[in-house]
Design a protein around this ligand. Structure first.
Ligand code: BGC
Length: 363
């Protein structure tokens, strides 16, 4: 017995000598998580879920928030690289991120573009997001249905808002929505009040309805200006709002106008933010599009893990698309998750029964 124990000890020592380098390689790999901002609630959830999932898979992980400032985010990315990051998951702010992505490639650090495509570069290979066009389709369809556009004979009035022109997603959301609304504009039953791009490719008009850095104060200001200007002599039936943060700012502005106090136009949204779920419950906001940040984070870490292990990723619930998302320099291998349309009818099931919010939070 003793002899055996001694023998094992010697063997163990010899093994640890031989595999000495292996012990060093056992040091955890490090994933840097760069999120764009905190003023839109979801990113805090994304950051927390990404970190927890990375740690659960045996990685070291750190999250940084860029406060909608690309210079700041680039410094955070560079800090991750200095600390020896093996992979970066980046939700970028604008295309100023390309220098950070180039630095990562130079150092052999893999990059996954998270939720937002990183434009104007060919220095990375992976993108994980939700089907952004579909998000817009849900928004457009909600307006079509709520206004009964398919059967109405009276003209309905709408004002258009879009997200940040620095965010590639904003174009997809808008084009998805307009794919639903455009036929009715062309038929003459839906009239756009204010600037009227029918697609994001109408750059001059798209810029006029876009909201720099997704800032709620800018959307509110623009809605107020419309109420005193282009929309003064109309009663709006709907406002296309690209996300919940902007939707609530727009609703706040609408509620300062006596015309809308008892009849809020149909206002769309996205993200399933708690305050908007309350608005939906209370009939102030018509809908939101929920993109479960838990699923996106989990999918991103499965992808990261596969990349770091040199394996082919198998991401449940994600659709691989290699033909849609082009940075201007190349098509990026994209994994798309499914967004969910949320209204008064299903918000409890989608947002509470799934455990995203507790019933208490909605009280
Ligand atoms: C995201 C949205 C978010 C918006 C503002 C977009 O890129 O896809 O979920 O509402 O940014 O942060």
């Amino acid at each position: 017995m003793k002899k055996f124990a001694m023998g094992s000890l010697v063997l163990l020592l010899a093994m640890s000598f031989v595999f000495g380098a292996g012990v060093k390689e056992d040091k955890k790999q490090f994933i840097g998580l760069a999120m764009p901002e905190t003023h839109v609630e979801r990113w805090q959830m994304d950051g927390a879920a990404l970190k927890a999932d990375a740690i659960a898979k045996g990685y070291d992980a750190e999250v940084a928030f860029g406060d909608a400032d690309q210079t700041k985010q680039n410094a955070q990315v560079s800090d991750f690289i200095t600390k020896g990051a093996d992979l970066l998951i980046i939700g970028s702010i604008n295309n100023g991120v390309v220098s950070a992505v180039a630095d990562a490639r130079r150092d052999g650090v893999e990059v996954i573009a998270y939720d937002r495509l990183i434009m104007d570069t060919d220095q990375y290979d992976y993108y994980i997001t939700f089907d952004n066009f579909k998000v817009g389709q849900f928004q457009g369809r909600a307006i079509v249905e709520a206004l009964g556009l398919a059967t109405t004979t009276s003209v309905k009035y709408i004002t258009l808002f879009a997200g940040s022109p620095t965010d590639n997603n904003a174009f997809y959301f808008f084009d998805g929505a307009m794919s639903e609304l455009r036929p009715y504009v062309e038929k003459g039953v839906l009239k756009i009040v204010g600037p009227a791009p029918l697609a994001s490719s109408d750059t001059a008009n798209f810029t006029r309805i876009a909201t720099e850095n997704w800032r709620a104060d800018l959307a509110k200001q623009r809605m107020e200006n419309l109420l005193n200007g282009d929309a003064k002599n109309y009663v709006l039936d709907a406002v296309l709002a690209p996300n919940d943060t902007l939707a609530r700012a727009i609703i706040e502005a609408l509620l300062t106008d006596a015309k809308y106090i008892n009849k809020i136009p149909v206002v769309t949204g996205q993200d399933g933010e708690l305050a908007s779920i309350k608005f939906i419950r209370d009939g102030k906001q018509a809908m939101t599009v929920f993109k479960d940040t838990r699923d996106l984070a989990k999918a991103a870490i499965i992808l990261a893990d596969a990349i770091l292990k040199g394996e082919t990723p198998n991401i449940p619930g994600a659709r691989l698309d290699t033909e849609t998302y082009n940075t201007g320099k190349k098509y990026i291998k994209s994994y798309l998750l499914e967004p969910i349309n949320v209204t008064k009818d299903n918000y409890e099931k989608v947002m509470i029964d799934s455990g995203y919010y507790t019933a208490d939070q909605l009280r």
